[in-house]
Structures are given as C-alpha cells and as structure tokens.
Design a protein around this ligand. Structure first.
Ligand SMILES: NC(=O)c1ccc[n+]([C@@H]2O[C@H](COP(=O)([O-])OP(=O)(O)OC[C@H]3O[C@@H](n4cnc5c(N)ncnc54)[C@H](O)[C@@H]3O)[C@@H](O)[C@H]2O)c1
Length: 422
C-alpha cells in the first residue's frame, strides 16, 4: 500500500525527483562540510595541512592523530595539552616537551590578532616535530571534552590568551572571551575529568600594574592593574584560586616578563622596531614622567621554556575526582623574568648594531594606554622551587632573534629555511 503511490510518483516524474533528491543531498553535504567543519575564527591563508586538520576533526583519523601525538616516547613522559600551541611561547614549549619525550597535543584558534600566517608556519613546524595542533577555541566545551575522553592528560599547559596591553582599548571583549570565559571553560572541563590534570598557566608581570616597589616580588600588591589585559590576568589568578580551593585542581601561575626571541610576536616593540628600522620608518621611543626612560625586564624565550618545564615537572597531582575535592591541592605563583631591566633606548641601540642600520628615532611621552614605566622581576622563589635560572642576556638573545627574523622575512628560499629549523 505504501509503496504504490510512490511508484506512481516515480512513473510520473521519472528523472526530476531523483535528480532533485540527489543534487539536494550533494549540496547539503557540501554546505555541512564547509560550515560545520570550519571553526569560527580561521585565517585567510590556509595550508593543505590545516585544511586536513579541519576536515578530519572528530573523525577516526583525527582521533588517531590526537592519540599518537599525546603518547610519550619516554615511558615516564607526561601527557600535556598545550593551549595556544601555535602562539609564540606555546610553540616553543610544545617542541621542547616533544623533544624530551613527552606526549603533546596543541589547541589554538589561529585568531587574527596578529598575522595568522606566522601561527600557521609555527604549526607546520610543530607538525614536523610530531605535535598535532587541533584548530579550535578553548571556549568549545565539546572539543575539550572529546580531547579528554581520548587522552588522560596528566598536565595542561595553558598559554592561550588574548595578549597585548594596548589592543584592549580597541577590542576589550576579546580579553573577556579568551582570558576569562575561555579560562573558566577550560577549568570546568579539567575539574570534571578523571584523573584531573595539573595545570600550569601563563599569568603576566602586568599584574604588578602601578606597583612601584622593585624588584617585583610575588608578595607585592597586584590590585592596581594599568590595563584591561592586566585586570584579566589578575582575575585569572583569583579564578585559579577558586578552582584549587573548591575542586582540588593543582594550579601553577607563571608571571612572564616581556618574552622575546625567534618566532616572536609582531605586536611587541623589539619585533616591530626591527621591522620599521629595516624599512627606514621612524620609531617612537616612550619616556616616562620627568624624562625617565622606560625599561623592561626582557626575558629570552629559551629561559621561559625552561621555567615552564620546571613548573610542569614540579607540579603535584590534583586531588579531586569527578568534580569533588578530596584534599588540599598545590597552588603556586612564580615570576619568570630576567632580573635585569634594560631601557628601551638601549634595546634600540642593540638592534641598530645587529641590523647595521641607523634608526630614525623620536622620543615621545608614554601615552596612558595600559603600559607601565618599568618591570623588574625578583625570581628567587622560582629559582628555589622550580630551579629557574635565566641565562641569556639581551644582546645574545636579540642576536638570535635578528638572525631568525632576517631568514624568515627575506625571500622564498628563506621561507624554506625557516621551515627546516627551530
Ligand atoms: N610574550 C610575552 O611577553 C608575555 C608576557 C606575559 C604573559 N604572556 C602570556 O603568555 C601566554 C602566551 O603568550 P604569547 O606571547 O605566546 O602570545 P601569542 O598570542 O603568540 O599566543 C597565544 C595563542 O593563543 C591563541 N588563542 C587566543 N585565544 C584563544 C582561544 N580563545 N582559544 C584557542 N586559542 C586561543 C592565539 O591564536 C595564539 O596563537 C599568554 O597567556 C600571554 O598572555 C606573554
């Protein structure tokens, strides 16, 4: 009975209905492929590897990649989820972990805060090192849950954030999205899984804000942030305390001081000064009140990486399970700086020497846009507890940065070189 009208139907419209159904299904499949498979913020420049990363998400091949990447080659190795893995610090930390035998999976949303092609290049390098980077947002609970379902991560190295102090005046909500909502979403996932991972995450020296006591110690006040970025990092420290207190998550916050080096961030002064000096463009050097020079405790990336690994290796296990705490858990905060502040004018003169170009400089009063006049880290606590010992001075570190910069941005052959070296 049911079949009959259908066969009538078929005989009256022999080709058009079949064709219509066929083409509708094809169109639907194409639409689903592009819209469901695409994360919200993707770069305009995509490589073939990133295309495959997206199309495989959640499928069997994707799962195999996640499992393979997270499996340590050293039997005693950690299983680390690195957020912000395509970022400056995240890419360096991921490579260092993988090279010493830990299992690593990265997550990054490849947002457009700065040139996404640089993030793509870092991610391509990670792929070559055997680190799989999932393209996704830390606000995506189902993504995080599926990763934790596949892998019993022992640690999370949380570096994804909206960085930069001045950009907060242009796009404040991006700071709330990544540094507050994203962080809470990550912790919600971590507190619910079993076993709970230990979490090491990036706070910032910016939490010291208008503190004028030097050097900055972890015991100093941090209730006077000078930017929204700083306020979100300070909020992160309070949020970390809450999840440690209620759910027994082991939490270690690292206050990085102006990190620089190869594969760095184009929004940072040492990077855009290099670019502008080479272009013959005038650069602005800020000075503080009463013509005092602005100074930063510039810290070389390899030293920061050692600090991150030291924090991961000394992190105790979380004490909760199934969302319930069963005892007090570790809660730490460390400065990771270089303990040697350098005036920005000196930074420029080192760059002039390395680039062999005279910079066109203009000294201007520092605008009130979130920057602070100086930073200076007291690192005695990190030295004692995680064996942190920075060993790179600014001239040596900038030399490595400039060498990388010239190779990376020179020409097509430089492009090949940049992919074969870290
Ligand atoms: N570089 C420094 O000097 C410095 C100083 C203090 C603190 N920090 C902190 O260290 C961490 C790493 O900084 P960086 O210099 O490598 O910055 P970065 O911008 O290069 O790296 C951050 C990465 O996180 C990703 N990301 C941002 N929001 C995300 C989201 N919601 N979901 C998924 N991925 C997201 C970005 O795409 C980026 O690749 C950040 O937390 C930053 O605030 C850095």
């Amino acid at each position: 009975m049911v079949d009959k009208p259908m066969s009538n139907h078929r005989s009256r419209f022999p080709f058009s209905i079949n064709k219509l159904i066929f083409w509708s299904l094809i169109s639907l499949a194409v639409i689903l492929f592009f819209f469901v498979g695409s994360p919200p913020s993707t770069a305009t420049t995509t490589t073939s590897s990133s295309h495959s990363r997206r199309s495989l998400r959640g499928g069997p091949q994707w799962q195999t990649s996640v499992i393979r990447s997270s499996t340590p080659s050293n039997p005693k190795g950690l299983r680390v989820l690195v957020t912000g893995a395509a970022g400056f610090v995240g890419s360096h930390v991921s490579v260092a972990l993988k090279r010493r035998g830990d299992g690593v999976v990265g997550v990054d949303n490849f947002n457009r805060y700065y040139d996404p092609s640089l993030k793509r290049s870092r991610a391509d390098l990670l792929t070559r090192e055997g680190v799989f980077v999932v393209e996704g947002d830390i606000n995506d609970s189902s993504l995080l849950k599926s990763l934790f379902k596949l892998v019993k991560f022992t640690h999370v190295m949380h570096l994804a954030a909206q960085a930069g102090v001045r950009y907060a005046m242009k796009n404040p909500s991006s700071y709330i999205h990544s540094n507050i909502a994203g962080f809470v979403n990550l912790l919600e996932t971590c507190k619910s899984v079993n076993p709970q991972p230990a979490i090491v995450w990036a706070s910032s020296s910016s939490v010291y804000g208008l503190n004028s006591k030097v050097p900055f110690s972890e015991k100093d006040r941090t209730d006077q942030p000078a930017s929204l970025y700083a306020a979100t990092k300070k909020a992160g420290e309070e949020i970390a305390h809450t999840y440690n207190h209620i759910y027994g998550l082991s939490m270690t916050g690292l206050r990085f001081f102006t990190v620089y080096g190869p594969w760095g961030r184009p929004d940072m002064a040492y990077f855009f000064f290099t670019r502008d000096i080479l272009k013959g463009k005038q650069i602005q050097i800020f000075e503080g009140a009463e013509h005092r020079s602005v100074a930063r405790d510039f810290t070389y990336i390899d030293d920061i990486v050692k600090g991150c690994l030291g924090a991961l290796d000394t992190a105790e296990k979380s004490t909760g399970s199934g969302g319930k705490k069963s005892g007090p858990a570790q809660l730490r905060i460390f400065n990771l700086g270089n303990t040697a502040p350098v005036p920005v004018g000196k930074l420029v003169s080192i760059l002039e020497k390395l680039l062999k170009v005279h910079a066109k400089k203009k000294v201007v009063a520092m605008p009130r846009n979130g920057d602070v006049p100086f930073t200076h880290a007291d690192i005695s606590l990190a030295k004692k507890e995680i064996g942190y010992k920075p060993g790179t001075d600014l001239e040596k570190g900038l030399n490595k940065f400039v060498t990388w910069y010239l190779a990376y941005y020179s020409n097509e052959s430089g492009k090949k070189d940049r992919l074969s070296s870290w």
